[in-house]
Design a protein. Structure first.
Length: 139
C-alpha cells in the first residue's frame, strides 16, 4: 500500500504573500490512500496529491513489470521540483520562492514504493506540467 512517510498521515501546505511573511498561514489536511484491482490483474492504486485538479487522488498503475504515476506540478518550474529515493521510499519535494507580490509554496510528499519495485531503476521526468515517476519491478 502506498502511504505517506509520516505515521500521522498529515501534510502541511504553507502559503503566504512575501510582504506578509510574518503572518504565515498554514493549513493541514488528512491524507488517505486507496487501492483496487481491475479484472485484467493490473493493480491500480492512488496517491493523494494536493495539486491535482479538484483535489482528486492520482492513479498509480502497477503490474508485474513496473509501476508508474503522473503528478500535476504545473505551478512549479523544473528547477523547483526534486525527486529522491530513500530505500523503498520516494520523496517528491517542490519549493517555489516568493517573488514580489507572489506566494511561497513548499510541498513535500513521501510514498512507499510498491512491493517488488526496484528503487535503483526509478526514473522521473517533467513533461507538459506532469511529473512522471516510474520504476521497474525486481524479477
Amino acid at each position: 500500500m502506498l502511504i505517506p512517510c509520516e505515521r500521522s498521515r498529515l501534510f502541511t501546505l504553507t502559503c503566504f504573500p512575501s510582504h506578509l511573511s510574518k503572518h504565515r498561514v498554514q493549513r493541514t489536511q488528512r491524507v488517505n490512500t486507496m487501492a483496487a484491482t481491475n479484472i485484467v490483474g493490473e493493480r491500480r492504486k492512488s496517491w493523494d496529491w494536493p495539486l491535482q485538479k479538484n483535489d482528486e487522488f492520482v492513479e498509480v498503475i502497477e503490474d508485474s513489470e513496473h509501476f508508474e504515476v503522473g503528478l500535476d506540478v504545473k505551478n512549479f518550474t523544473p528547477k523547483e521540483v526534486q525527486v529522491k529515493t530513500m530505500g523503498d521510499l520516494v520523496q517528491v519535494l517542490m519549493e517555489h520562492e516568493a517573488g514580489e507580490g507572489d506566494l511561497s509554496r513548499s510541498i513535500m510528499r513521501c510514498y512507499k514504493l510498491p512491493d517488488g519495485a526496484d528503487a535503483s531503476t526509478l526514473k522521473s521526468n517533467l513533461d507538459g506540467g506532469i511529473l512522471h515517476i516510474s520504476a521497474k519491478k525486481k524479477h
